[in-house]
Design a protein. Structure first.
Length: 164
């Protein structure tokens, strides 16, 4: 649908392909807008949903009612008091979503004809190149483990009540 609307009907973005950064920043960016948006769209909806649910839960707690009674502005109440308390589930979903993005990059690069690791995996599977498949899976797995380790370490920074 994104290709049909933004590339074919409105003619705003290119349908497929890739331009290196050496060709200029704007052609490079123009070719990456549609694939990036397609890859992040479902993940963006998931983060918005979790953020909303977590914020509603925190906003109904007693300490938020106390802060509201003291007369703080709404933006300060949301960003300084509610959002830090709601951040742990949001950061958890972002860590889990890395797997969605790593899996989605394979399809996105194939659809938009972008040369990258996802396209490399598809070509390696079609040619039964097992060492390349194993190497890419090892890199994807290591990336996922490292992101989850960083997320776990961020819990202490976000919420000082958490100790390891």
């Amino acid at each position: 649908m994104l290709i049909y609307i933004f590339a074919i009907k409105l003619k705003l973005l290119p349908i497929q392909g890739y331009r290196p950064l050496a060709d200029g920043f704007w052609p490079f960016l123009r070719h990456l807008v549609l694939p990036s948006f397609a890859l992040g769209l479902s993940f963006m909806a998931l983060i918005a949903r979790i953020t909303r649910a977590s914020m509603l839960e925190v906003l109904s707690q007693d300490h938020i009612r106390t802060v509201r009674a003291k007369g703080l502005p709404a933006w300060r109440l949301l960003f300084c008091h509610a959002l830090p308390n709601a951040a742990v589930p949001i950061v958890t979903i972002i860590g889990v979503g890395v797997a969605l993005l790593l899996g989605g990059v394979v399809v996105t690069e194939s659809v938009f004809a972008i040369p990258g690791v996802g396209r490399l995996v598809v070509d390696a599977i079609l040619h039964r190149d097992y060492p390349v498949i194993q190497g890419v899976l090892l890199i994807f797995s290591a990336t996922y483990v490292m992101v989850n380790l960083i997320i776990d370490l961020l819990y202490v920074v976000i919420d000082p009540r958490i100790r390891y």
